[in-house]
Design a protein. Structure first.
Lengths: 464, 464
């Protein structure tokens, strides 16, 4: 297949929305409207039904535009999609994102349609490259290209960040973008490639691995089309790649067939590939979300010793259990000097050990003092558990942790569990780069992955 | 030890707050203020420093009240706590909740203090029963007794419900109450018993097992003091008991010593006890929260067949994987008649299988039609995955699911992942009794426990 630089896909100078609608309740309205509001390049609307939409000229066909078009977004009925795609190819559109569904995933008729599309691509020597069909499309927070047809009132606006995501499934993609946006976690680029009739996860992975706007790559995979190529890409990756796999089992595999029409492959082999290539494999989608943010927001760990601070004894017990049960992590041992200093800042009845219980009346100030005393190279990461439901705890903890993280340049992972005030505090912390979890269990599981990778990956100083 | 009915602890006719403060920033203010605002019985304030607080008479000592007192709440400095406890005993206060910390958990001085308290109890033949010391205390949404010292601006108000919780750790208790409140999950009674110098988890468990205001019991345990008694209670339990254990490991066990001063016991033995008594053991605190709500909100499962509905194919793939990997659950097989009917409500390209992909343009109405067609006794539970970020999905899904659940009387478990709109939808659903998770993985893990218990527990028709 042809090698194509994907720059103009994610950062196009001009976009044609083929099938743009004037009906506010349609996805084909949202797509062009989103673009008009945020994207700074040239936008053309295409739909033979309209002369203009909301004052913007509407072309009968992409052929009528007669200007160079980097990206065409196809959102039309499946019955005419191949026809408009053909017109776009003939008009030398560089990239097409085909949102339209009704291809291979729907059986006989769709398979015929997809075969036809494949043949068209071949006949045109892949001069036009295609994302999709049956996909959610692309989002780029650097170029402000967002062709995702998600209604504004039901989704949170994604923030600009350093995570790039490759998703065969649009639904899971929509969910993670929405979740991350509300948690304060930024995304750099996102692509959902659906049936992958042309461009696929390998093309995007290759691009994101070289991309200086991407710090961490997240990959939701169903089918694997070229195991060798995937292995090679993962093997030479210089940044963390986190993968979650759909279709691990026979029935899950059957579901991927009816979903994006791909063949799921053997999960055990896939697990082996990840192990050999230092790829971070998440067992489930929750873990996947958890791992992405810890890798995005933290430097690597220089050793496996974790220092736990808490203002709630029960949380400390859970953390001690979790770290002891971990095969990779260990509790840091507080030294005599640190112990003496800690005694000065704790009530006389406080115990000095790790987990360090700063007691229920701990203020953000006490956390700060303890963290300052525990400035030791023997510590690989801090697990800071905050029961924010106490009288003495408040938002000042945010500044304390940010300051310490800035100076120490080590992972500081927080746990906060509870209701609305906790949501607010967590979003404040996350948006400032402090990774938060709502359970000790998830925090330790994620730290474990961070350490696993830190030990194996070629050391990338730029991350530290 | 003496047998005491705990009715007057959870539903007292009169309460004395010993150590009530006039300083709004103190826990000892929050406690009496909360009571005055919600509790309908008689309240006495005790503190020699005040003549009155906010217009309410303040007694020098509990001895001066000279009226029957069902419950005394002790929230004073540890240095005088035993003295005021002694006065309360002599004044025949029936129950004391000793919030004051500084006992066994702080080492030498505290151990002496705790021994003294134990001797006092013995000398008075346990005529006064004690919860604590070093505890968060009790919350009862039936009698509106809430002595929890949690500031209002940092916690969500707990809703009345059917879950009763027994917590050795106050911090974990505070977190779960706050989380459940914000999720729309109700609590009946809560007790955090700290060092358990007198009343302990066994007393509360026994009480809640017989209590008609308790549908599900949740238990966070660190130490186990009487394994035989615990086994017997769990063995004869006629309602689900969900347990999570702190201090599973040596280091976790060490942390429980400095926390509530208890000895953790062997986790493997504990696991065996749970297995033999049909007790639902959660491996971690997140699972614990997840299991509590599924048992609270759902009838038992009559078989292990799960029907999955979704409007996002990727979610369906994850669900198929999850159920196939489960040793207990299975996917329901749609029959020919159902298949024909489903064809009529799906776009012509929709595939009919389980997981059933209702396609991205599914409306609440389409979910309703599908669920109506799939009214089959061969189905044990419905897993309804909702990508609410689509154009066609909205709040009407709440009424659809509530109506169906009311008629079918079977578990309907939802999965919704995303940001703010998802939080709103989930809270709407949870507050109306529909269990929601943010990940397919957690939903299936919880359903598995529900089925595990359904198979084993003596069938309780009242739950169905």
């Amino acid at each position: 297949m042809v090698k194509t630089n994907l720059d103009r896909l994610f950062n196009p100078k001009s976009i044609a929305v083929i099938g743009a609608s004037g009906d506010r309740n349609k996805a084909s309205y949202t797509v062009w409207k989103n673009l008009v509001e945020n994207y700074k390049g040239k936008i053309y609307l295409v739909n033979p039904k309209y002369e203009e939409i909301e004052g913007i000229k509407c072309y009968k066909s992409v052929r009528d535009i007669k200007k160079p078009i980097d990206l065409g977004v196809v959102i039309v009925n499946a019955k005419i999609s191949n026809t408009v795609i053909k017109e776009a190819m003939e008009s030398k559109v560089k990239f097409l994102v085909v949102i339209t569904a009704g291809y291979r995933e729907i059986g006989k008729e769709g398979i015929r349609r997809e075969m036809e599309l494949k043949n068209m691509l071949k006949e045109h020597n892949y001069k036009t490259r295609v994302v999709g069909p049956n996909c959610l499309g692309i989002l780029d927070n650097n170029s402000n290209v967002n062709v995702l047809f998600l209604p504004k009132n039901k989704t949170t606006r994604p923030l600009k960040g350093n995570i790039s995501l490759i998703f065969q499934s649009g639904a899971l993609g929509a969910a993670i973008i929405d979740r991350f946006a509300s948690e304060g976690i930024g995304i750099s680029r996102f692509v959902s490639y659906g049936n992958a009739v042309d461009l696929n996860e390998l093309d995007f992975l290759e691009y994101f691995l070289k991309d200086n706007k991407t710090r961490v790559v997240g990959l939701y995979l169903e089918g694997i089309r070229d195991g060798r190529k995937l292995f090679d890409l993962l093997k030479k990756a210089q940044k963390p790649v986190i993968v979650v796999k759909g279709g691990k089992t026979q029935k899950g595999g059957k579901a991927t067939l009816t979903h994006t029409g791909s063949i799921a492959g053997n999960y055990e082999i896939f697990r082996g590939v990840c192990q050999q290539t230092n790829t971070i494999l998440a067992d489930n989608f929750r873990d996947f979300e958890n791992y992405l943010k810890i890798f995005d927001q933290n430097p690597l760990m220089k050793n496996n010793k974790v220092m736990v601070l808490t203002n709630g004894g029960g949380f400390g017990v859970l953390a001690a259990d979790g770290i002891e049960l971990s095969e990779l992590l260990d509790l840091y041992t507080i030294n005599k000097k640190e112990e003496r200093s800690l005694r000065n800042i704790l009530p006389d009845y406080g115990n000095i050990s790790n987990p360090l219980d700063l007691i229920g009346d701990a203020t953000p100030k006490r956390y700060e003092e303890a963290l300052k005393i525990l400035n030791n190279n023997g510590i690989g990461a801090y697990l800071v558990i905050i029961l924010s439901q106490t009288f003495s705890m408040d938002e000042r903890i945010v500044e304390v942790l940010i300051k310490i993280k800035h100076v120490y340049r080590k992972p500081i992972i927080c746990v906060l569990d509870g209701g609305e005030y906790v949501f607010t505090l967590r979003a404040l912390l996350e948006s400032r780069g402090i990774t938060c979890y709502s359970s000790v269990h998830e925090a330790i599981k994620s730290l474990e992955k961070l350490y696993w990778y830190s030990e194996r990956a070629s050391w990338d100083e730029s991350r530290n």
